[in-house]
Design a binder for this molecule. Structure first.
Ligand code: ARG
Length: 590
């Protein structure tokens, strides 16, 4: 379907044309004085000079052409030359009626679908997930769903950190604790055990311990680096042990992500490109892009137009070891070979911005990507505590993701059971669903690049711009619909369709519904889930306003009542589709 704003503009442009003015002047925008009108057009002001006429005269000419318009109920030319517009009820009613039978509620799918890889999540094996990983997962998942919904072919890749020093640290510490393990016997030629030689909690304890010690003990760190080297150069026992670490961690990661309703298409790790690195490096040398600088191999990436210093991109350290960016460059190469993406989007903390700028420039310069391949970085801000500092546990430690989710879940459960007696299991499940909405909406409703304050009380509140408020609204609609069915109504064959609105709150609700397509489009274009949040908040408010002013189920005119029920099903569907694009869902009751 065409966007409602375009239909409105078309009508206005036609009137400009009929009145003898340039068509383009008829562009309409939402009103910035909603107390006076719903939409406005400032074209008469813009055209005054060109036509050497007072703007009000132009406005009057145009308004006269719209006296029996099918779109506008009222077109007011007001001094000095504004056109204040009010829509016809039938026009609005028909638009939402068409939306209800459109598979995507009026959204037109992209005509030229692109293949897009989203690199998000980015957890590191053996290291606990932290809040940065949480934001990447939440925002990335939503951007992925939005882009997919508008018709792109989107591939989400978790890009596991599974190949760096942290692996060596874990292995080295394990070697100290259990030197008898067969993995460390380099003369061993038999099969390796199928059972991992550690549990998940043992594994989780190893990394923080080893990381701390490596910072205080150089010899210990050297041993860990040696283990990393053995792993990377393919020593069999180390590879076998590594496989165990990956398997145990990935199982746990998948559980965590599942709880967050985050689903990856690819579980590739940094390790996946290990074997591609030598070839890539050789090519960079041969083509003359890479050169030695103080022992390290680098590619210059600065450009004449730079206003700040962009340091060279380091490809190999002086000891020949690959770095974080080496893997990222090789991963770009692999993705271009395997998936041929038109676009790759990276989602990390905004502190990695310069880093990605270097990687992107290097990838372009060394022709790992095509000139038209888009490489996009989306950096997000920090999640802070109420003190404005990065969020910590009560005792001041780094907050682990699981504890954070648990905390918000407990708070939600408390609120849900406070003044109700829902069955225990149902309450627990509802709390799980609502807690996820609280957490995700709390994050997504802020512009990603900004820091925000994680405020459990506010996020879990059922009032205001929060996830639970949106869910309450959906549940409210569902319960009205359930009662309608209980009283013998049927939602499959509602015997009357959406009609023209009878009052202003109904019209406002319809006008909000009509913005669904444009809101999703903007959120997709700008990779901005917060714009979709703002949309559903307005929509929920409009619905609740309508609900408070209208006795829906008590309405005696059956056809009018059925029309409202149809409107409710559309509102529910648009809200539920939107929250699905944000990555959460609503319960049946709360
Ligand atoms: N593992 C990294 C970290 O924890 C994030 C990875 C981001 N993606 C990438 N392609 N570099 O910081």
């Amino acid at each position: 379907m065409k966007k409602i704003l375009n239909l409105i503009s078309d009508e206005m442009m036609q009137a400009f044309e009929q009145a003898g003015y340039e068509r383009a002047l008829g562009k309409v925008t939402p009103s910035n004085r909603p107390d006076l009108c719903e939409y406005q057009c400032n074209g008469a002001m813009a055209g005054a000079k060109q036509y050497k006429k007072a703007p009000i005269m132009i406005a009057n000419d145009v308004a006269a052409k719209l006296s029996d318009s099918a779109v506008f109920e009222k077109v007011e030319a007001v001094a000095p030359g504004f056109l204040n517009l009010t829509l016809k009820k039938e026009f609005v009613g028909n638009y939402v009626k068409d939306m209800r039978v459109d598979p995507k509620y009026g959204l037109k799918e992209n005509e030229t679908p692109a293949t897009i890889i989203i690199d998000y999540g980015g957890p590191n094996i053996a290291k606990p997930l932290h809040i940065g990983h949480l934001r990447s997962a939440i925002i990335g998942e939503s951007v992925k769903r939005i882009l997919r919904y508008i018709g792109h072919n989107v591939i989400g890749d978790v890009h596991l950190g599974d190949w760096g020093l942290q692996m060596g640290l874990v292995m080295n510490e394990l070697k100290i604790r259990k030197p008898e393990l067969v993995y460390f016997d380099e003369t061993y030629t038999g099969m390796y055990p199928e059972e991992p030689p550690f549990t998940l909690s043992e594994l989780e304890e190893l990394y923080p311990f080893a990381s701390k010690r490596s910072k205080e003990d150089d010899a210990y760190k050297a041993d860990a680096m040696n283990c990393t080297f053995k792993l990377q150069s393919g020593v069999k026992g180390y590879r076998a042990l590594w496989n165990h670490i990956i398997a145990v961690s990935v199982t746990d990661l998948k559980k965590n992500y599942e709880r967050l309703n985050v689903v990856f298409d690819l579980w590739n790790g940094e390790s996946a490109v290990h074997d591609m690195i030598p070839g890539m490096v050789d090519a960079m040398k041969k083509e003359g892009y890479a050169y030695l600088s103080e022992g390290a191999l680098v590619v210059d990436v600065k450009e004449d137009t730079d206003t700040k210093e962009i340091p060279p991109c380091m490809i190999l350290k002086s000891d020949g070891a690959a770095l974080y960016n080496t893997t990222d460059l090789a991963t770009i190469m692999m993705r271009m070979e395997q998936n041929k993406p038109d676009k790759i989007i990276y989602m990390t903390d905004k502190r990695q911005e310069l880093y990605f700028e270097q990687v992107f420039r290097c990838a372009r310069k060394t022709k790992l990507v095509k000139p038209e391949t888009e490489l996009t970085f989306i950096g997000f801000g920090t999640m802070n505590g109420k003190d404005g500092k990065p969020f910590k546990t009560r005792d001041g430690g780094v907050m682990r993701l699981e504890s954070l989710i648990q905390e918000i879940h407990d708070e939600m459960l408390k609120k849900i059971t406070e003044n109700r007696n829902i069955e225990d299991e149902e309450a627990r499940q509802t709390a799980e669903t609502v807690a996820l909405a609280a957490l995700k909406y709390g994050d997504l409703s802020n512009q990603a690049s900004k820091d925000y304050i994680f405020d459990i009380d506010r996020f879990t509140s059922s009032e205001g711009d929060t996830g639970p408020y949106i869910l309450y609204t959906i549940v409210r609609i569902k319960s009205i619909l359930a009662k309608y069915i209980e009283n013998g109504g049927n939602l499959q064959t509602i015997y009357s369709d959406i009609k023209s609105p009878v009052n202003n709150s109904e019209k406002q609700l319809m006008m909000e519904l009509a913005k669904f397509n444009s809101s999703v489009e903007v959120a997709a274009e700008e990779y901005a889930p917060h714009k979709l949040c703002a949309y559903i908040y307005d929509l929920a408010n409009a619905f609740n306003h309508f609900y408070h002013e209208t006795k829906i189920l008590a309405e005696e005119d059956m056809s009018r009542k059925a029309g409202w029920i149809a409107l409710l099903t559309l509102t529910r569907d648009v809200l539920e589709t939107s929250i699905d694009l944000l990555g959460f869902s609503a319960p049946e009751r709360m």
